[in-house]
Design a protein around this ligand. Structure first.
Ligand SMILES: Nc1ncnc2c1ncn2[C@@H]1O[C@H](COP(=O)(O)OP(=O)(O)O)[C@@H](O)[C@H]1O
Ligand SMILES: [Mg+2]
Length: 288
C-alpha cells in the first residue's frame, strides 16, 4: 500500500500538505516585494483559499535570499489589546507604551536594510498596531505583505495606498482543477481515481482548506483507501466532527471579522497617527 503523506502518525505530528499551484501568484508577490518601488502587497481571497499559506511561502523564499522577515498574526485573541499582535516582538517596556514602541520600531527598521513585515489577517489588527503601519511604509527599505479577505477591509494607510493604486493586490481564486488533482496525488502519495478527484473537486470547489479537511476527514473515517495502487473514495467526502468544527470556527471567525472590520474601518480612517513598527528581530518561521 502506498504511504500517504497525510496519514497522521499522531495527532501532534500531522504531515505536511505540499504547496501546489500558485506559481504565478507567488511570483507576483515576490516581484512586487523585491522591486525598488515595491512597498505593500495585499493578498486577498475567500477564507480558506490559501492567503496565509502563500504569504508564508513568500516570506520563506525572501528569508532564504537573505531578507529579514517578521510575521505578525492578527486575530480575535489580540484585536482588542493595544499592540497585542506585536507584543512578542517588542521589548517589555514598550508594550504598554506606544511612544516607546514607535521609537523601538523606527530604530529597528532603520538598521534593517531588507525587511519584510507580513501581517496575516490585517483586518483583525488592533488599532494601536495599525497606527504603526504608516511609519513602516514611510521607512524607505521596508516592505509590507498583508493578507485580508478583501482589499477594502485593509485599514488605512494601507487601504489608502490600495485606493491610490500604489499597493499591489494579488487576488487568490479557487485552486484550479489541475492543482486539486496534483495536490491530491502529492498528498496521498499516489494516483487518485478520476471519480474520487471529481468528488473532492465538487465538494471543495477548489477551496484549499475544505479540500484538506475533507481529505483528512475521509482518511480518518476510513472512507479513502488505496486499492490496487489507486486511491479511491467510498461514498462522499467526509468531515470528521472535530475537523468540521475547526472549519466552521475558522469560517465563522472570518465572516465575523468582515463585519467587525466594516465597523472599524470608519473609526480607523480618522485615527491614523505617526508611529513605527516592531523589531525585525525574528526570521521567517515554519509553514503550517
Ligand atoms: N496552494 C496550496 N497548496 C496546498 N495547500 C494549501 C494551498 N493553499 C492553502 N493550502 C492549505 O489550505 C489550508 C487553508 O489555507 P490558508 O492559507 O490558511 O487559507 P486562508 O489564509 O486564505 O484562510 C491550510 O492548511 C494551507 O496549508
Ligand atoms: Mg489565513
Amino acid at each position: 500500500m502506498a504511504t500517504s503523506t497525510l496519514l497522521p502518525r499522531s495527532a501532534a505530528d500531522r504531515p505536511s500538505w505540499p504547496l501546489t499551484g500558485r506559481r504565478a501568484e507567488l511570483d507576483l508577490v515576490l516581484d512586487a516585494l523585491r522591486s525598488d518601488s515595491g512597498k505593500a502587497v495585499l493578498v486577498t481571497g475567500a477564507p480558506g483559499v490559501g492567503k496565509s499559506r502563500l504569504a508564508r511561502e513568500a516570506t520563506e523564499r525572501l528569508a532564504a535570499d537573505g531578507w529579514t522577515t517578521t510575521w505578525v498574526a492578527a486575530g480575535p485573541a489580540t484585536r482588542d489589546t493595544p499592540l497585542g499582535a506585536v507584543a512578542h516582538l517588542l521589548p517589555r517596556d514598550a508594550v504598554g507604551e506606544p511612544g516607546r514602541a514607535v521609537e523601538h520600531v523606527r530604530a529597528a527598521v532603520a538598521r534593517t536594510p531588507r525587511l519584510v513585515v507580513a501581517v496575516d489577517d490585517v483586518q483583525l489588527l488592533d488599532h494601536t498596531t495599525v497606527s504603526l503601519l504608516g511609519p513602516l511604509l514611510d521607512a524607505a527599505p521596508a516592505r509590507l505583505l498583508v493578507t485580508a479577505p478583501e482589499a477594502g477591509l485593509a485599514p488605512d494607510p494601507l487601504g489608502a495606498l490600495w485606493r491610490a493604486g500604489r499597493a499591489e493586490v494579488v487576488e487568490l481564486g479557487r485552486l484550479d482543477d489541475l492543482a486539486v488533482d496534483t495536490l491530491l496525488h502529492r498528498a496521498l502519495g499516489g494516483p487518485v481515481a478520476g471519480a474520487t478527484t471529481l468528488a473532492f473537486l465538487d465538494a471543495s470547489d477548489g477551496n484549499a482548506l475544505y479540500l484538506r479537511e475533507m481529505v483528512l476527514g475521509s482518511l480518518t473515517a476510513g472512507a479513502l483507501h488505496e486499492v490496487d495502487g489507486v486511491w479511491r473514495l467510498e461514498g462522499t467526502p467526509q468531515l470528521s466532527g472535530v475537523l468540521r468544527s475547526v472549519v466552521q470556527a475558522r469560517l465563522s471567525r472570518s465572516s465575523e471579522s468582515r463585519s467587525r472590520a466594516d465597523r472599524a474601518s470608519s473609526r480607523a480612517a480618522s485615527s491614523m497617527s505617526g508611529g513605527a513598527w516592531p523589531s525585525a528581530s525574528s526570521r521567517s518561521s515554519a509553514t503550517r
